[in-house]
Design a protein around this ligand. Structure first.
Ligand code: ADP
Length: 453
């Protein structure tokens, strides 16, 4: 493996280029028309155009990406997150083209990409799952009502193909079950081309805590502790941290054990994340498995000192990783990540693209890490995700990490567009956040204090 095509853009493309460089690997960037002069393109050793701005006509087109690899002599593909990262057909196409796929086996991506199938696999590996139903036959009205009653309300109707917070609807009474199932089926059919749904008990005031795992493909796997990702809006994460505040050691240990059991049962290959929701009583349940590097991986890197992307590349390259042992993996201090978005929290988090007239992130240091794919003068466009940077800080403890985050947010100068920085500062100074009293409804619960005015 010598030249890695990065089938992505923005901060994650730049992030992958960094690890390739440390391993002596050449990099090939791909770009759409609006990204011709983007940071990831200038940082890569080589680059190829793959079409118009809409991702559907460029970053998501298998043939164009594979053609770029062939043309530029790349022999491996790293998909990053999003775009084609969890597309099993793409992974297969990469392998069929004789290239190295930096990711898990296509069959694993297929298994875990179907949320209901993933639940069954988790259950058979002994991992607790949220009480729920199997996938539903759309016409089985009686069965639907019986399942709803058995699970109890409130519950969630979930699309098996769902992702990114899309394809999930809450139902509070039996009366509304049928119509919500139909609405979710229609929505999922439109968004994912697959309208299959199932039911899941809605856990009230849960925390979202996930375990970072790494599997060697032969049944061995290690974990890199947990990340707490409870500060969300519209089921999407905004702030993540590690360790999870106030989590009992025995809960943390059993979650890690459960995550490893699933990773080992799957003979998982590469970096992956097992997501759980944790109920206020401390019980935890499997939510889903993400078969890729996550947006929030830097908090784990900050406390463990591991370069997870380099690890993905080394496994794909065939390096001998047998020396990696769980007992050698340790964590020190506390790390927090804030996702900086071009969006207006005071207008229901509406995206706010535009020119970055001033863009001066704080400097990277022992305690501050900035991952971004943008520079001053660049445009934030409507075409892609409005995340403009990930700001990560660490400290000897949580309070220090929060203080460092506040200082770094103060230092971050952005002009030309509206960002969520003032909102992030309000979270960082909120007494409930300081207490670690987080749950997925945190933003909604404290809306009055977190929104301007
Ligand atoms: P997606 O793949 O769309 O991200 P997930 O299944 O990972 O969907 O869930 C995303 C978020 O939705 C979780 O972090 C949590 O906030 C909420 N959620 C999902 N399932 C449940 C549930 N059964 N009870 C309560 N909240 C849930």
């Amino acid at each position: 493996m010598q030249k890695v095509l990065i089938a992505n853009r923005g901060e994650i493309a730049c992030r992958i280029i960094r690890s390739c460089r440390t391993l002596g690997l050449n990099t090939l960037a791909v770009y759409s028309e609006v990204d011709q002069r983007a940071k990831h393109v200038t940082e890569a050793d080589d680059s190829r155009a793959i079409g118009p701005a809409p991702a559907k006509e460029s970053y998501l087109v298998f043939e164009k990406v594979l053609e770029a690899a062939k043309d530029a002599g790349a022999d491996a593909v790293h998909p990053g997150y999003g775009f084609l990262a969890e597309n099993a057909d793409f992974a297969r196409a990469v392998l069929d083209a004789g290239l190295t796929w930096v990711g898990p086996r296509p069959e694993t991506i297929t298994d875990m990409g179907d949320k209901e199938r993933a639940r069954m696999l988790a259950q058979s590996a002994g991992v607790p799952i949220v009480p729920g139903s199997p996938r539903f036959d759309a016409d089985d009205n009686e069965g639907l009502e019986a399942s709803g009653t058995e699970i109890g309300f409130p519950l969630l109707v979930k699309a098996t193909a769902g992702g990114g917070g899309i394809g999930m609807k809450r139902v509070d009474t039996l009366k509304n079950l049928r119509e919500t199932v139909e609405a979710t089926e229609n929505m999922a059919e439109k968004a994912f081309g697959d309208g299959t749904v199932y039911l899941e008990k809605l856990i009230e005031r849960p925390r979202h805590i996930e375990i970072q795992i790494f599997g060697f493909g032969d049944g061995r796997a290690v974990h890199y502790f947990e990340r707490e990702c409870s500060i969300q809006r519209r089921f999407q994460k905004i702030i993540e941290e590690s360790p999870a505040p106030d989590l009992l050691k025995e809960t943390r240990d059993s979650m890690a054990r459960a995550a490893l059991a699933l990773a080992k049962a799957e003979c998982y290959q590469g970096a992956g994340t097992i997501e759980f929701i944790v109920a206020p009583d401390g019980n935890f349940y499997f939510l889903e498995m993400n078969t890729r590097i996550q947006v929030e991986h830097p908090v784990t890197e900050f406390i463990t000192g591991e370069d997870l992307v380099a690890l993905q590349l080394r496994l794909a390259r065939g390096d001998d990783l047998s020396a990696i042992r769980q007992t050698d993996i340790t964590a020190t201090g506390h790390a927090i990540e804030c996702r900086i978005y071009a969006e207006n929290p005071d207008k229901n988090f509406l995206p706010s693209p535009g020119p970055l007239e001033v863009f001066k992130p704080p400097a990277n240091s022992e305690t501050v890490r900035v991952d971004t794919g943008l520079r001053q003068g660049d445009q934030v466009t409507y075409f892609y995700d409005p995340m403009i940077a990930k700001l990560v800080t660490r400290g000897a403890n949580r309070i220090e990490a929060i203080e460092n985050m506040l200082a770094a947010l103060d230092d971050f100068r952005i002009e030309g567009i509206v960002t969520n920085i003032p909102f992030l500062k309000r979270v960082m100074t909120h007494p409930a956040y300081h207490k670690g009293a987080t749950h997925t409804g945190f933003v909604e619960e404290h809306k009055a204090e977190l929104m301007e005015g």
